[in-house]
Design a protein around this ligand. Structure first.
Ligand code: GNR
Ligand code: NI
Length: 170
């Protein structure tokens, strides 16, 4: 197991559409175990593989951040099959430093995917779980939560971030 580096905006891999996993092999199992360790260390409630530089369709979610072993979800090739209702919640992202903003999403989703044994799983999530699932699945399509903000808020953040990076680079 290893804690991986979490890529930060504007790293281009965060904008890549992740490829479906063709076979759940040792590489994928190692990736998942490293992603879980990385998520818990951050700490965060979810992580998508592109955030650690691997553009494949794998996400992990754990609203308990390691407190409850039953709360951990690993989803390979996940897809939202049903979304309904509406919820506005303050979001942050491990790949989008120094920003928390309200985002409106579905308040209930059903997600289908595979577990680490390749068995089909269906997860129903409401409220924070629904938000976290949508946030992670967005990552697999190269979408960040800032894309759900107003153009003004997003461009302000992008400008602030570019200024900070330019200053750090000297
Ligand atoms: O740790 C995280 N918290 C969070 C809070 C509100 C909405 C979404 C999230 S996901 C985030 C971790 C992360 O960036 N996952 O991609
Ligand atoms: Ni995120």
């Amino acid at each position: 197991m290893a804690v991986l580096e979490i890529l930060k905006f504007p790293h281009p891999v965060l904008r890549q559409k992740a490829e479906p996993v063709a076979e759940i092999d040792d590489r994928i199992r190692r990736l998942v175990s490293d992603m879980i360790e990385t998520m818990l260390k951050a700490p965060g409630v979810g992580l998508a593989a592109n955030q650690v530089g691997v553009p494949v369709r794998v996400v992990v979610v754990d609203l308990s951040v390691g407190e409850d072993p039953d709360a951990r979800l690993v989803l390979v090739n996940p897809e939202i099959v049903c979304g309904e209702g509406s919820i506005c919640m303050e979001e942050g992202c491990l790949s989008v430093p120094d920003l928390r903003e309200n985002v409106t999403r579905c308040s209930r989703v059903v997600v289908r995917g595979l577990d680490l044994d390749g068995r089909p799983v269906e997860v129903e999530g409401e409220e924070l779980l629904a938000v976290a699932l949508q946030h992670e699945l967005d990552h697999l399509d190269g979408v960040l939560f800032i894309d759900h903000l107003s153009q003004l808020k997003r461009s302000r953040y992008v400008a602030k971030r570019k200024k900070l990076l330019a200053e750090a680079a000297g």
